[in-house]
Structure formats: structure tokens, C-alpha cells
Design a protein around this ligand. Structure first.
Ligand code: GDP
Length: 139
């Protein structure tokens, strides 16, 4: 089943000029980048985006991190794109991420972990809609 997922190349990665290297891993995994934009997230956008983590001790740090440098927001399309991208990203904590995954290759820590990917098809739709109009996505 062809589906779409939402991705963010996070500040630790854009700061180290890793956008192209991360996109290469995404494309080699068979996922197509059908929309992409470099933005500076506002505090409000970051707070809304991570609302589910509002009560977690790292929430403030996470929001500060996400607005600290530009990010690249993306829509990825492919066969089982949500699960496939989670696989390609690797575990949240890079110390536990499998070889060849983006987080194993590039992440610095559990917080500065280079990429975000939606955890379900429903969340993918909500997250894509937060950052893209339908006409921005060219499949
Ligand atoms: P993900 O779906 O793999 O991104 O992981 P989660 O949904 O559990 O967490 C969302 C994001 O919050 C992670 O990607 C990290 O950037 C951040 N995060 C999670 N746990 C921690 C933590 O213990 N400390 C800090 N600073 N950030 C964390």
C-alpha cells in the first residue's frame, strides 16, 4: 500500500549540513520526497507539534531544541511509508539504533536525534496538514 508520512530533519542535522546525506538514506530506502521545505519553526508550532509530550520532563528542552536552528519538513511517499521510515530512522536513542539507520549514522543523543517520523498513518495526516497544503505535495 502506497502511503505518505511526515518527516523532519532536525536542528542538530541541518546545523551540521547533513540534509543531503539524510535525504540520500531516505531515497536509497525507496522513499520518495514528494514535498520539502526548510523553515524556522516558531515556538508555538513546536509546542503544538509535540503537544503529546507536554507533561514529559524533556518537553521544554525539546521545544527549545526544535526552534534553535532551521529544520527541513518533508512528506515522504512509498510502500508502507510510515513503518518503513520508522525502520530507516532507527531507535529514538542512537545508542540503541540499528546499523545503517539515520540515527545510528548521524544522531548525537536521545534528544538531538537528527530526524522525526510519524508513528502512525493517522498522525502522519495530522502532521502533514500542520506544515503543508495539498497543492505543495507533488506525488
Ligand atoms: P520518536 O518517535 O522516536 O521521535 O520518539 P518519542 O516520540 O518518544 O520522542 C519525541 C522526541 O522527543 C524524540 O525524537 C527526541 O528528540 C525527544 N526526546 C525523547 N526522549 C527524550 C529525552 O529523554 N531527553 C530529551 N532531551 N529529548 C527526548
Amino acid at each position: 500500500m502506497t502511503e505518505r508520512t511526515f518527516s523532519i530533519i532536525k536542528p542538530d542535522a541541518t546545523k551540521r549540513n547533513l540534509t543531503g546525506k539524510i535525504n540520500a538514506v531516505i531515497e536509497e530506502a525507496g522513499l520518495r520526497i514528494v514535498a520539502q521545505r526548510r523553515i524556522r519553526m516558531t515556538q508555538e508550532e513546536a509546542e503544538d507539534f509535540y503537544d503529546v509530550h507536554r507533561e514529559r520532563p524533556f518537553y521544554g528542552e525539546l521545544v527549545e531544541f526544535m526552534i534553535s536552528e532551521p529544520v527541513v519538513v518533508q512528506v515522504l511517499e512509498g510502500e508502507n511509508a510510515v513503518a518503513r521510515y520508522r525502520e530507516v530512522m532507527g531507535a529514538t536513542n542512537p545508542a540503541q539504533a540499528a546499523d545503517g539507520t539515520i540515527r545510528k549514522l548521524f544522531a548525537l543523543s536521545v534528544g538531538e536525534n537528527s530526524v522525526h517520523g510519524s508513528d502512525s498513518a493517522d498522525n502522519a495526516k495530522i502532521e502533514i496538514a500542520q506544515f503543508f497544503d495539498a497543492s505543495d505535495i507533488v506525488g
